[in-house]
Design a protein around this ligand. Sequence first.
Ligand code: NAD
Ligand code: 6OD
Length: 494
Amino acid sequence: MQTENQTSPALRSCKNYVGGEFVDGGRPFEIRNPATGDVHAHAFEADADIVDAAVAAAANALKGDWGQMPLAKRRQMLNAIADGIEARFDDFVEAEIADTGKPYSLADHLDIPRGAANFRIFSDAVANLSTETFQQDTPDGGKALNYAVRKPLGVVGIISPWNLPLLLMTWKAAPAMACGNAVIVKPSEETPSSTTLLGEVMSSVGVPDGAFNVVHGFGPDSAGELLTKHPGVRAITFTGETRTGEAIMKAAAANVKALSFELGGKNAAIVFADADMDAAIAGLARAAFLNTGQVCLAPERIYVERSVFDTFVAGLKGKAEALKPGLPHADGVDFGPLISEEHREKVLGYYQLAVDEGATVVTGGGALDLDDAAARGYFVEPTVWTGLSHDARVCREEIFGPACAVIPFDTEEEAIRLANDSEYGLASSIWTTDMSRAHRVGEAMEVGISWVNCWFLRDLRTPFGGVKMSGIGREGGVHSINFYSEPSNICIKL
Ligand code: NAD
Ligand code: 6OD
């Protein structure tokens, strides 16, 4: 056992973090930097013994210092974690960049600041919680007082994806801990580094042992499945693919775990002719290509009113072609690689399928050949298609890459119908200067969040989640509190 996560100067070592210590053991596996294809770290796949130990450590924390900690102290602890992330800001940025290959500016402006902000916002969210009180008349003519107390669920398993690793993991760990749960995080096998660093922060700011644990590994037959099936885990909160959500739901059925799912999307944007066209083009270029399109909220279907279709497509093409791909630290780079060779193959498969389905490739459509180290990275071109039918597979299946189909429409009703015709329902983005229309169309969207004249603008107190195959439940502000705690009623006969 050791209290520090040993790192060699050359390769980071991501050990499992159990009961406040980085523990030895587990099968090592390689972590590659997608910008160069080089191995930059090893993580250690947690076996059943390590997962059991993490569950036991979490259960002990709930019985011990963490479970007994007064709310005010727990809130201070959450703020101290945020301070701890900020104190090691550069380390977190470098860890995130090494695992994902994303541009420095993105990790610096989005991923890591949000990792810290998630702890602060949920420290605030639990400050002023009220519960229900009812006084009732009893059958014997007396009275009884009912009041509810909020309790944590217990041990919560957090399974997170690779696209925004620290942001999405802390989006769940922070509210779970704010509510007094002990958590076990299983980060994506592609991106274990920032979660491992967070273990170091937890130790350094004095979070009680076992309140936060990390188990590394894969999904099926590995740490992910072990966690979802473990009888000592009371809830699973998951972000990832819809098919994975289905598998987790089955595995979690055995001991009726509470579930919160943020799943895949095939998001639509609608651009009306009355929109501020420059803003719509800039906003949707950012939406489609940020993080190389690997954002669950990214619009992969853009419906544009016919009279402005050509203007919009020309503008989007210009923005796509102005993106600068390259290594994360290179000057002006704002477009990174896909997460892995395997994911690049999948995205390139969709690029070919689009052509087979009759697309006109407005720009992009292939792999990117870059110089130097980036030549070995998993880069593809930002891609815009027209000429596709709304029913094409590329317009119905989630690609999770920097590609979008632009499709014309003639009426508001048609735009709404096309946008809603999807098995997914995560997010939409509507561009118009007519605010009556904005309200009308926003409400008609079958999604968890509709943005108007913006995209990915987040107020962390608002409900976040998906409908249909895009998720179960809502997180954010009080919605997270409602998932990560449960009211227990006390009835006193007066
Ligand atoms: P993924 O589903 O492949 O993996 C997510 C996590 O689940 C990983 O940690 C993985 O190891 C684990 N996992 C896989 N199979 C498992 C199993 N059988 N049991 C337990 N754990 C298992 O997703 P990904 O490729 O990492 O991320 C991309 C997907 O995530 C996209 O579909 C994207 O839309 C979705 N996503 C959704 C949101 C949202 O808020 N709705 C946010 C980000 C990403
Ligand atoms: O901003 C968030 O809280 C959030 N959950 C974003 C999800 C992004 C998906 O890739």
